[in-house]
Design a protein. Sequence first.
Length: 363
Amino acid sequence: MNFEHSDDRRMLADTLVRALRDGYPIETRNAGAYGEAGYDPAVWAQLNELGIVSALFDEAAGGFGGSGFDIMVVFEALGRALVVEPFLGALMAGRALAAGGGHDAALAGIVSGETIAAFAHEDGATPVTATPNGDGWTLSGSKAVVQQAGAASLLVVTVEQDGDPLVLLIDAKSPGVSVRSYNTVEGGAAGDVSFDGVTVAGDARIGSEGQGQAVVDAAVGAGLLALSAEAVGAMDFVKEATLGYLRDRKQFGVPIGKFQALQHRMATVLLEIEQAQSAVINAATAFDGDDVTARNRALAAGKYTIGRTGALVAEESIQLHGGIGMTWEYAVSHYAKRLVMIDHQLGDEDHHLQRYIELAKAA
């Protein structure tokens, strides 16, 4: 099977990689990632001038891409540069809106990059409940660790209920909505979003009744592919940095990469990264297919593989570098943290291994 990207997709990847290489050194990234906002608004604006968010959506949604491989090449490039700007929220919130239909103005703002959106899916200490109120609902409860919640002007909120989840589009400035923002350990920002008697109208619903699970699946599926591709990009950077260190660092007058024990460890890392890349390619291929079960199995397999491999790459890269690998100034330490934390977003490797097994039994 030919896995070469199209000319347009290669041009998109090359443009993004070049822009990030020239304008997004690790010092710039860290200044935004660990600053108050958790990202750099100027970088976000510059990348949106390139149409990066638009590449994540098809023409019907106002974009110019939207396939599994479009998502893959974008997030692989973002992962390689360790980008913290709110692309994942744009992808997931926008995919939810596109799957549900309606809310055209909100979707257009997200696709253009003018609107920052967050996908509030994980329950907090008090799960969100929706009590019917006229033709709408009154929300109470909280969502935890919502990526870039503090920067978002729109929230796509999922509410678990009997039968089918309720998915709502909510203005982040609505009365009763509050966000407690904080920096995450790997850089970037997240927030716990609380809803205290928040009243929303019936037209806030994304999708019609009975369509909620399909809306959630569209958003989460795209998010799983994006995170998996981001991890592959990060691992690719770490691989090159570690190989360079093994060539340059000398002990007893020879590069440490000449030592057989280190060669064996690095060979294992390289093989595992190749396996992870193959799993993500498989997920991107299945993403656009009509077989929903095969799609979900491939996404689960990809997320499981990058979770397991990401932890290995993070640990081995630090070990092969020695003490310098954990210093703040050295980029590898930040990549290692991000690889570990990607595993915990949208379900860790144990969750997706179990999910893969259940899907295999159901097939």
